[in-house]
Ligand binder design. Structure first.
Ligand code: CTP
Ligand code: MG
Length: 241
């Protein structure tokens, strides 16, 4: 039977670090809202069969209108509102999956420049390993410090990866891991553990060791104003998508 993969496309943030009016997922870049770029790549990819989009509460109709206007409705099965934190938005997206689904591709809409090759590599990896995370090897040396900034260690650069999205898991695994994380919020907080991505939830809750998969140095997260000229340059570049 054919494998069915759902993308959970996250667009329920508030883009505070962009320091602008409105939310960054709707910011127009070269004539189209930021979220439409990765939505188009997901829609055109043979790897993805279904898509859920998470949005801020009250944005559902606005999002559905934009998706329609940009001709991207084909695979969008649900638009749901997210939560106050990124991982809570992921959880809402996962709970909305009410159709057959093998793997879930959790993706930040702020990573507009996802390319089709990365999706193909993730697909090959998860069929083997059951979970995979997009990223790139660090070009910089990374130094681990104590709270005062004094060096504790310097990991071998070949083992240091910059973590991106998509992050891919079996639906039942990542759903269970997130429901456990939500149940354990008080304990996590008491232990000073801050959830930063989905792989961390899967690792902390279920001991899942997701395999890193080479993505692209263009797969940046549009986060601050400084990223905008870079985003324009990537869009104009020869290798986009
Ligand atoms: N996101 C989400 N729900 C949240 C927070 C974030 O769906 N409660 C999404 C954002 O829309 C974004 C992605 O997760 O596509 C990555 O988050 P980030 O880059 O931090 O975006 P924002 O949270 O919107 O920005 P900021 O942290 O600067 O406020
Ligand atoms: Mg954020």
């Amino acid at each position: 039977m054919e494998i069915r993969n759902t993308a959970v496309l996250l667009a329920a943030g508030r883009g505070k670090r962009m320091n602008m009016e409105g939310y960054k997922q709707y910011l127009e870049i070269q004539g189209a809202p930021l979220f439409t770029y990765s939505l188009r790549t997901l829609t055109e990819s043979p790897v993805i069969t279904d898509i859920v989009i998470t949005v801020n509460e009250g944005d559902e109709d606005h999002m559905r209108d934009l998706v329609r206007q940009h001709g991207l409705s084909e695979k969008v099965r649900a638009v749901v509102h997210g939560g106050a934190e990124r991982f809570l938005s992921v959880y809402e997206g996962l709970k909305a999956v009410s159709w057959p689904c093998d793997f879930v591709y959790v993706h930040d809409s702020a990573r507009a420049f996802l390319d089709r090759e990365t999706l193909l590599r993730l697909d090959r990896a998860v069929r083997e390993t059951g979970s995979a995370v997009a990223g790139v090897p660090s070009k910089d040396t990374v130094r681990i410090t104590d709270d005062e900034g004094y060096g504790l260690s310097t990991p071998a650069r070949k083992n240091v990866w910059i973590v991106q999205t998509p992050q891919v898991f079996r639906l039942e695994d990542i759903l269970l891991a997130h429901s456990m994380a939500v149940e354990s919020l008080d304990r996590l907080e008491a232990e000073g553990i801050q959830i930063t991505d989905d792989a961390m939830v899967a690792e902390t809750m279920l001991g899942i060791k997701a395999r890193m998969v080479m993505a692209s140095y263009n797969n940046i997260k549009v986060t601050t104003q400084e990223d905008l000229p870079l985003a324009e340059a990537i869009l104009k570049g020869p290798s986009f998508r």
